[in-house]
Design a protein around this ligand. Sequence first.
Ligand SMILES: [Zn+2]
Ligand SMILES: [Zn+2]
Length: 333
Amino acid sequence: MLNSQAVKELSDIKERVKHNVHFAEVQKYHDNVLWVTISRTPRVTLDCTILFTEYYPQDPLIIQLKSKTLSDELLKGLVKLLDENCKKYVGQYQVVIQMKFLSDYLVDNLFCCCFDEFQKIKREVCSDFVELKPKQKKGVAQFKIKCRGHQSLVKITVPVNYPNEAVAIDLKEFESTLPQYLTNPILKQAVEEVRKCVEPPLNLKLLKGKPFEIKPSFYHVVKFLIVDSLLLFKQTECKLCGEPAFPDNPNEVRTYERDPMYVERVYCGHIFHFGCLHKLINTPPFNENKQCPVCKLTIYHERWKETPQVLADRWAHKQAKQRELEEVIDFLQ
Ligand SMILES: [Zn+2]
Ligand SMILES: [Zn+2]
């Protein structure tokens, strides 16, 4: 049974919620239960079931949350916050206060639409090398990557309509001590990776008859751009010579394309020194395509487009020249 104070609170609850709480609407009430929906976007929508106890408002409200799209972990956290918050307001009307608290939370925390991805990034990506500074209200995640003398800065914005709208990489504010000849194509590829999450491919055959489904882009692009590119480039060595791909001093990074220590990124994404790669490609065996020593995919790069036959002929020619030279030296001795 509701006591008289609760009855009074419920008498104009529809109007009061409507006027005081953004994005909220009372669906119905029945006996001692009230149902309210808070919907910021179709993806950021909460269904609240509010229970009035016999001694309400001397008792706190009991609020349960459900959502078809928001993470269970987030809902659990919100229920805890509401429980604590309700206790502060015992003796007062609590419905509008608590609904406003929830609505403000959804507005002020743009990462709530990607809560699980955000937690996964904190767990799996953040480390001594990667620092994340989130600006919840703007939905901007700023990553600082620091490793062996090098630094990069990446800003990624999660839009209100995420995941229907993809995250945005701030290209203007991107910074890195790694050379642009390497970071520019990576950024382009990252933008493309993001686009593919929300737009179907031009060639619909790639979908193999299945309907296109929007995929979350936040974790995906963080993994690609930060973990598998910027951080890896700095941590990794050239698997062909065993030396670090980049020197620890950013000023010593080679930028001349034919410098043996210039870093090349091949089709599979792995990086090698130009000199090491050049040697691998131009020495036998030539009967099959050269494989990436890291992932075993065929090495493909615009700088080495020759067929195995051309490479074999060139190598044989070089060997013949070397033999001739040695014969001359023998003859002279
Ligand atoms: Zn090397
Ligand atoms: Zn590879």
